[in-house]
Design a binder for this molecule. Structure first.
Ligand SMILES: Cc1cc2nc3c(=O)[nH]c(=O)nc-3n(C[C@H](O)[C@H](O)[C@H](O)COP(=O)(O)O)c2cc1C
Length: 190
């Protein structure tokens, strides 16, 4: 059976380097896994006014997280934190009250930036939010990708062998975390 790893891109830019990174990760998916996008761009700004009448797009968003064996969040850094569009999506994932989509969900974080600090500050903020969600967040390897022109092609290839090797290892590590989490869950429920 194919394992489904969902991914969220924390940028809605048409020229996003993080979207290019997501295509690379799709192409490097470990055997037996498939990476599938969980889109966020059509989610309205969350308001408690929606709680009584949840929009279909938010129902679908939450269902996609539930259906995934694990979720990778691929995000840029904005103003030393995560972009507002990603925070909005994460807020939707916590509602209706008591139905946190990321509860006990394996999650990995990674991001690309042209800057030397390569999304480290954003990922620290994201890890704090995921801790509150009780997500099972992969600690290592950390995914700080410094972009440079030509590193990723539009077709989702990496032009540098060491980056390709790192990303393949990153995905293997996350796949292994999902396996261990599912195994532990089976033991508890046996
Ligand atoms: C509003 C805004 C704030 C930004 N803040 C940061 C930042 O704090 N750290 C950083 O490394 N890059 C920052 N950048 C640069 C982004 O890393 C760069 O625009 C990157 O291409 C965004 O990712 P994307 O191409 O996937 O949308 C910022 C960009 C914008 C538009």
């Amino acid at each position: 059976m194919t394992r489904t790893i969902g991914y969220i891109v924390g940028s809605i830019s048409s020229t996003s380097i993080n979207r290019r990174l997501s295509r690379v990760l799709e192409n490097l998916a470990p055997e037996g896994t498939e990476l599938v996008e969980i889109p966020i761009k059509d989610l309205p700004f969350y308001s408690a006014d929606y709680d009584g009448d949840f929009p279909q797009v938010a129902i679908d968003f939450k269902q996609a997280i539930s259906d995934a064996d694990g979720v990778i969040i691929i995000t840029p850094e904005y103003s030393r934190s995560i972009p507002g569009v990603l925070k909005n999506a994460l807020d939707w994932s916590t509602r209706p009250y008591g139905e946190m989509s990321f509860f006990n969900k394996p999650v990995a974080v990674i991001g690309a930036s042209g800057s030397g600090v390569a999304t480290a500050a954003a990922q620290q903020h994201l890890r704090a939010i995921l801790g509150h969600f009780n997500a099972i967040t992969m600690g290592q390897p950390e995914g700080f990708i410094q972009d440079r022109p030509g590193l990723f092609t539009d077709e989702g290839q990496v032009t540098d062998d060491s980056t390709a090797g790192f990303l393949a290892g990153y995905l293997e590590a996350f796949n292994s975390l999902i396996s261990r989490t599912q195994h532990a869950s089976e033991l508890v429920n046996a």
